[in-house]
Ligand binder design. Structure first.
Ligand code: BF8
Ligand code: SF4
Length: 633
């Protein structure tokens, strides 16, 4: 079997799986090879039962589907449906949080409360809600109604959260392009409708619809989720944590939280604290809650919970034999986990009616009964620990210290220590001087196809050498934390001189007695909203559009549809978006040209596909150089 060598902890567990004959994603990828070329190019259509139709890009065979659809139509329809998958995931996440929030305000979910009053006031103010003299709950009720209105209004007015969070210059640009979306659910419906058989056949019109879906994702999904979560659970602050599977503790009840929604994970964490004594009575040293994927990011940046595993490690971590329960909610949960868990008696607990997995135990988790259900789930983990006695446990020793929790508020707090009256000024000054040559947002997933190349780590190293600051979210944040990039030591080790000087000065000012790390953890995938807000603030300060900033985005190991819709939002905002592997557009000459060339003349954004990490970093640096020159710096 052609196994690429992965990082040490993952590889040790893959080797163990091979040794004891347990199948992992590495084996399943092998058995899928060769993967379908039509699928990779996006040129296969299954929209009706006269098909499936497939168009050979080399001109051998059919050049049109049975209905006459061109390859451009087929590819663009498929792309829009991917965008729908991504946007529906984020909007669904935001809606779940909004409904829990509403129940909290109405007194129907007594387990939750407003934790961050300042954030509530900021969000309410931004939405144009009257604050003075009104009780918090009344203000919060209006906030959540504005979020739900973005899923229901029929008057065509732009979404509340778009008007609130999008920068003015970009709103004006989108207005001219007819992209001021009004209702996320309508957009999702319309996109499914127009891509079904016999509707929109115009590739350009479909690509514009893709931009709309990106904007839906950004505002009705990411921003709403982040804002409401911060109000309910607190805005993240900078803190030191540990990352990688070495954070499991053999003698404790290990609960791995996996998925996305803090409405669940916050409660499990709370009850793990409350049931410590029960765990000790069961013979454990206590309860160790660890985070997997995005819910891991949410927990770590609010509560120091260790970041145990990214998506690719979500099945590997079970092979340690040390996880007593893996509790999941929504998104990115591999169905394979229940099969592996059988070998170790790990309890896999699903909690959402729409996410059930054969072999898992289902506990319906509703905000109304959050305390009862969280208590029950933690109790199940303690029971599983009792059954673990005597079984072999192999915990990799790898773990890295990382500074996490760089919300915009936390960043501003650090910067205020340098310039209290004008906190963004030090950043702007250092960008102008070239000490910070530019910045890149790294988002997205670990791809089993690229992990063996260390795509993310190599790109980060190349960019840091060139004084490019990195901010990151999602599973890429796990990869960066594990690689040590979020440790203050990384600043000396990897950065060019300019960036090292700035980060050292900022670290001193922040009272760290060490530099700030060169890669800033800004949260989960929905927290790409935080990156956009930071970009908006910098652009506003310079009085330019986001597309004029010396910055870029990268999804260096694309896996999920969600990364496609986030990336499209960034294209709409005017960013260069690096992606590897290629999105499924190469079958269409029109989609490829529009997204990688023409779009730059429309929004300023451009998709950039490059699978070689060194070349990808070079491409990004030359983009930054171009932007700097255009700004005259
Ligand atoms: O939303 S980074 S594998 S966990 S899709 Fe999923 Fe990718 Fe991880 Fe979070 Ni984001
Ligand atoms: Fe084929 Fe057209 Fe049906 Fe697609 S919609 S499967 S291209 S006939």
């Amino acid at each position: 079997m052609a196994i690429k060598r992965l990082d040490r902890a993952s590889q040790a567990l893959i080797d163990k799986a091979v040794e004891i004959g347990i199948e992992t994603g590495v084996d399943r990828l092998e058995s899928q090879k060769p993967q379908c070329g039509f699928g990779q190019l996006g040129s296969c259509c299954r929209m009706c039962y006269m098909g499936p139709c497939r168009i050979d890009p080399f001109g051998n065979g059919a050049s049109k589907g049975v209905c006459g659809a061109s390859v451009d139509t087929i590819v663009c329809r498929n792309l829009l449906r991917e965008e729908v998958g991504g946007a529906a995931s984020h909007v669904g996440h935001a809606r779940h949080v909004a409904l829990a929030f509403k129940k909290m305000i109405e007194g129907k979910a007594p387990g939750y409360k407003i934790t961050d009053r300042d954030k509530l006031m900021e969000v309410a103010g931004g939405l144009g809600i009257t604050i003075n003299g009104r009780p918090d709950t009344e203000i919060a009720a209006e906030v959540v109604d504005k979020a739900l209105e973005d899923l229901s209004r029929q008057d065509g007015e732009p979404m509340n959260w778009l008007k609130f969070r999008a920068p003015e210059k970009e709103i004006a640009m989108w207005d001219k392009l007819g992209l001021l979306v009004s209702n996320a659910h309508n957009e999702i419906e319309e996109a499914m409708h127009r891509t079904s058989m016999g509707n929109d056949a115009d590739p350009t019109n479909l690509l514009l619809a893709c931009l709309r879906m990106g904007i839906v994702d950004g505002y009705a999904g990411l921003h709403v989720a982040t804002d409401l979560q911060d109000i309910m659970f607190g805005t993240p602050r900078v803190r030191t944590i540990e990352a990688n599977m070495g954070v499991l503790e053999k003698d404790k009840v290990n609960i791995a939280m996996h998925g996305h929604n803090p409405v669940l994970s916050e409660k499990i964490l709370e009850w793990a604290g409350k049931l410590e004594d029960e765990a000790k009575e069961a013979g454990a040293g206590g309860i160790n809650v660890v985070g997997v994927c995005c819910t891991g990011n949410e927990l770590t940046m609010r509560h120091n919970v260790p970041m145990a595993a990214h998506n690719l490690q979500s099945e590997l971590i079970l092979l340690t034999g040390a996880v007593d329960a893996m509790v999941v909610d929504i998104q990115c949960i591999w169905p394979s986990i229940t099969k592996i868990s059988e070998c170790y008696n790990t309890k896999i607990i699903t909690t959402e009616a729409s996410v059930k997995i054969p072999g898992a135990t289902h506990v319906s988790f509703e905000p109304e009964h959050a305390d009862d259900e969280a208590k029950r789930i933690v109790g199940m983990a303690i029971e599983a620990f009792k059954e673990r006695e005597g079984r072999e446990v192999t915990i990799p020793k790898e773990k890295s210290a990382a500074l996490v929790g760089f919300s915009l508020e936390a960043i501003i707090d650090v910067l205020k220590k340098v310039d209290p009256s004008d906190p963004l000024k030090p950043v702007i000054d250092n960008i102008v001087s070239g000490n910070i040559y530019g910045a890149v947002g790294f988002a997205g997933c670990p791809s089993i196809k690229l992990r063996g190349t260390f795509m993310t780590e190599k790109m980060v190293e190349e960019l840091l050498k060139k004084n490019v600051l990195i901010v990151t979210t999602g599973c890429t944040a796990h990869i960066c934390a594990q690689a040590g990039f979020m440790n203050p030591d990384a600043t000396d080790k990897y950065c060019g001189e300019g960036l090292r000087t700035v980060l050292t000065a900022l670290g001193e000012a922040a009272g760290l007695n060490a530099p700030l790390p060169p890669v800033w953890h800004m949260g989960s995938c929905v927290d790409n909203s935080r990156i956009a807000t930071l970009l908006g603030a910098l652009a506003a300060k310079l009085d330019v559009k986001i597309s004029q900033l010396p910055v870029a985005g990268s999804a260096p190991e694309l896996v999920q549809e969600k990364a496609i819709s986030i990336g499209t939002w960034l294209l709409a905002l005017g960013l260069l978006v690096h992606i590897a592997p290629s999105p499924r557009i190469l079958g269409s000459p029109v989609a490829t040209k529009v997204l990688t060339e023409d779009l730059e003349g429309i929004t300023g954004g451009r998709a950039y596909v490059e699978l070689d990490p060194v070349k990808a970093a070079e491409g990004i640096v030359s983009h930054i150089e171009k932007k700097r020159k255009a700004l005259g710096i």
